[in-house]
Design a protein around this ligand. Structure first.
Ligand SMILES: O=C(O)[C@@H](CO)OP(=O)(O)O
Ligand SMILES: [Mg+2]
Length: 423
């Protein structure tokens, strides 16, 4: 059979931060050969699946090279000879081989590299675009590109506490136009910052990282840039924020300390008040991780207050894990989950997390990591999952642009049959 796995090999390569990461090649009986490369986060949730990374001393120095060895010496031995289209079976065999809930034995990066590569190889061998292989022949919704144009927190060396400020081109008629809107605003923001004598260097995801005088000044600059570029805030282009509140909650609880801006200590209620005043003034449609992963109560209160007006997304608190998303659904913690393949470590389990959100009437927001690669799996995956929006960084870094460009290609493949809508 064409799609029988003939060979699997792994190679240590570099990610966008210049750190080692895993790339895995899968070869099928019919000669199809392809590969996948895994990303890695900087602001991570405590319960994310465990990667074997060189910079993680807590795993006894087991680094990316050992993840690659695990692919070749342990996973490949079991998976070779299997049909690559048996995604769920392959993923669950890898989980059994690993034997831990966190995937810390073989490494979530080792497992995910194989999981994504077998999906890609299957699609290639069958002659189907990856987004249709994963999402079915009706997959046609291109996500609204939530472009991160201003970075703070752990993704930058500046005076902004909130990690990501994103543009949401929800008024555009199609993806290509939406991308054009946000790329233009990106360049306009650069000119505004330059004009004000502020730095135009960028953070990990390619958004600008100026030393703003306050967090609020950051969002003011963005509204200014939207207008100056000729768009209407809230109609053509709205705004999304990822506070990544873990990064300013020293004990990951309901105490916050905004050290970068100097705003100082805050409680969950102070953050709710701040958000409330921003929501009155600025066209914000989505707010991610407004509270830390330990502040379930603060998160719920935030959702109670704003959940009928905006999308409240849980990232570090849910870590793409159905166990935590289920708890969030029961408690009303949020109304959406961030979806990152490497937080849970297999394609099948990521799809389960998406399905759970859908069944609960939640939204789900597909996402890259701050340490990325040129792999465009995420673009196809986002279209396949039909979530309507994704975040994959700014307009000035190749590893992010690769994903936007793949979405342009998909829109073209769908030749007028694609959908583009926020909700
Ligand atoms: O917090 C986030 O949402 C992500 C991606 O933007 O960052 P990281 O990959 O560092 O966790
Ligand atoms: Mg986040």
């Amino acid at each position: 059979m064409k799609t029988i796995i003939k060979n699997i090999e792994s190679l240590e390569v570099l990610d966008s931060r210049g750190n080692p990461t895993v790339r895995t090649y899968v070869e099928l009986e019919d000669g199809t050969k392809t590969f996948s490369t895994v990303p890695s986060g900087a602001s991570t949730g405590m319960n994310e699946a465990v990667e074997l990374r060189d910079n993680e001393e807590r795993y006894g120095g087991k680094g990316v090279k050992s993840a690659c060895m695990n692919v070749e010496n342990i996973i490949a031995k079991e998976i070779k000879g299997m049909n690559s289209t048996k995604q769920m079976e392959i993923d669950s065999i890898m989980n059994e081989l690993d034997g831990t809930e966190s995937k810390s034995n073989l490494g979530a990066n080792a497992i995910l590299s194989v999981s994504m590569a077998v999906a890609k190889a299957s699609a290639l061998s069958l002659g189907i675009p990856l987004f249709q292989y994963l999402g079915g022949s009706n997959a046609c919704r291109i996500p609204v590109p939530c472009m991160n144009i201003l970075n703070g927190g752990e993704h930058a060396d500046n005076s902004v506490d909130f990690q990501e400020f994103m543009l949401v081109p929800l008024g555009a008629p199609c993806f290509a136009e939406g991308l054009r809107y946000v790329a233009e605003i990106f360049h306009t923001l650069k000119a505004i910052l330059k004009d004000k004598g502020l730095a135009t260097s960028v953070g990990d995801e390619g958004g600008f990282a100026p030393n703003c005088s306050s967090n609020e000044e950051a969002i003011e600059f963005i509204v200014m840039a939207i207008e100056k570029a000729g768009y209407k805030p809230g109609i053509d282009v709205s705004i999304a924020v990822d506070s990544a509140a873990n990064s300013f909650s020293p004990n990951l609880d309901n105490h916050y300390n905004m050290i970068w801006s100097g705003a100082g200590e805050m409680s969950s209620d102070d953050l709710i008040d701040l958000s409330s005043s921003w929501l009155d003034k600025y066209p914000i449609v989505l707010w991610e991780d407004p509270m830390s992963e330990g502040d379930w109560d603060g998160f719920s209160r935030f959702t109670q207050k704003f959940g009928d007006k905006i999308e409240v997304v849980g990232d570090d608190i849910f870590v793409t894990n159905t166990k935590f998303i289920k708890k969030g659904i029961e408690l009303g913690t949020a109304n959406s989950a961030l979806i990152k393949l490497n937080q849970i470590g297999t394609v099948s389990e990521t799809i389960q997390a998406v399905r759970l959100c859908r069944e609960a009437g939640w939204r789900y927001f597909l996402s890259h990591r701050s340490g990325e690669t040129e792999d465009t799996f995420l673009s196809d995956f986002a279209v396949a999952m039909d979530g309507g929006h994704l975040k994959t960084g700014s307009a000035c870094r190749g590893e992010r642009i690769a994903k936007y460009n793949r979405l342009l290609e998909i829109e073209r493949i769908l030749a007028g049959k694609s959908e583009y809508r926020w909700k």
